[in-house]
Design a binder for this molecule. Structure first.
Ligand code: ZN
Length: 365
């Protein structure tokens, strides 16, 4: 599937590079993201990956319970096309409704024929969410989206800032980086009208479905991979329901596609929507162990018959031995720890990253 067209993502208005012209993150940028000293760009990344209301909390290490201040918009500003969500009680109702939907989702059971159609099931709940009062605000121009994003950036800023101070960044996200929508701090979604009827809306609403404020455990460990799962479901839904695909997070999405193809949609679903990060690592580790065990048997047989022509193996003995302890392939738990570390160290920005090629070799091969 083409993910490298001119429009890119949508999600948290981010900086997902077009595939072809992707500016590769420099080591210093990566370092900046890893350090507590967030640059604006890094803040945007975190907001995007963490989603909404929890970004400030993640950064500040403290609960962010404050609602976005009531926005007062001028004639040039953003006009809400849906129900005003700042009416008293609207956000509280929204929060309750979403909590209920998540509870229902967590009861998803692929053994149950009624729940067996993953896409229909998600679509139903996405529709439910989109229908919630004030959940989605559609704006008809990029300028209005920039305004809304700038307000959200101010609302999320750890230290007080101003619209003027964030405007360049907000403008860049929308005008240059292809942002077509974002999930705001209050958990609601802002979308460009031109992107609204596409995978982009699915993407944002799937975030909202996945956890409070779009935050899952995986989003904390590896935000880009969380985006990959989000966008994998969004694109799958868009395809199924003949919506436009708004390309986003190409490498992370492709990785999740590979994962789902190998292990099944229900595993992808269960780990993402049930907030079961451990299932990701255990699934990968189990497959890695199967691959290594099979190879180890052949290496051992070759060793026992030194005079015969050695049978072909998938990996070199030195490679297998990397994952052995006391002459045996490590157990799944130990491999899961190794895999989690590899995932944590990866950026999911380039297919050639060592953590990703390692999994290609030992898990997906
Ligand atoms: Zn996203």
């Amino acid at each position: 599937m083409e993910r490298s067209t001119s429009k890119r993502k949508l999600n948290r208005i981010a900086r997902h590079p077009r595939q072809a012209a992707a500016p590769v993150q420099s080591a210093s940028q990566r370092q900046a993201f890893a350090s507590p000293d967030f640059a604006h760009r890094d803040l945007a990344e975190l907001q995007k990956t963490a989603g909404n209301s929890s970004t400030a909390r993640l950064i500040a290490g403290a609960p962010s319970l404050s609602k976005r201040p009531l926005v007062s918009l001028t004639a040039q500003g953003v006009q809400r096309t849906l129900v005003q969500r700042h009416l008293p009680g609207v956000l509280a109702k929204l929060s309750t409704d979403l909590a209920q939907i998540r509870t229902t989702l967590s009861a998803y059971n692929t053994e149950d024929p009624a729940n067996g159609d993953l896409m229909a099931y998600i679509n139903k709940h996405v529709s439910d969410i989109a229908a919630l009062p004030g959940m989605v605000t559609v704006v008809d121009t990029k300028d209005k989206l920039v305004q809304a994003l700038a307000l959200d950036m101010v609302a999320r800023a750890e230290t007080p800032t101003t619209i003027d101070a964030v405007m360049a960044n907000a403008t860049d996200e929308v005008m240059n980086k292809g942002g077509g929508g974002f999930t705001a701090k209050d958990g609601t979604v802002w979308m460009l009208a031109s992107a609204n009827d596409s995978s982009a809306l699915f993407h944002e609403l799937i975030h909202v479905l996945s956890g409070e404020g779009g935050v899952t455990q995986l989003s904390v460990t590896k935000g880009m991979l969380n985006e990959g799962f989000t966008n994998y479901f969004a694109e799958a839904l868009a395809k199924k329901y003949s919506k436009t695909i708004y390309p986003a997070y190409p490498i992370a999405t492709a990785w999740v596609e590979k994962f789902a193809k190998k292990f099944g949609d229900s595993v992808a679903y269960n780990l993402y929507f049930k907030n079961n990060e451990a299932l990701l690592y255990s699934t990968l580790a189990k497959q890695m162990k199967t691959n290594l065990d099979a190879d180890k048997v052949i290496h051992d047989a070759n060793k026992s018959k030194p005079t015969e022509k050695p049978a072909t193996t998938k990996y070199k003995l030195t490679e297998v031995n990397l994952y052995c302890t006391a002459g045996k392939v490590k157990d799944e738990g130990a491999l899961a720890v190794i895999i989690k570390k590899k995932i944590s160290e990866s950026y999911f920005m380039e297919a050639t990253e060592p953590g990703l090629t390692m999994m290609d070799k030992f898990v997906f091969a």
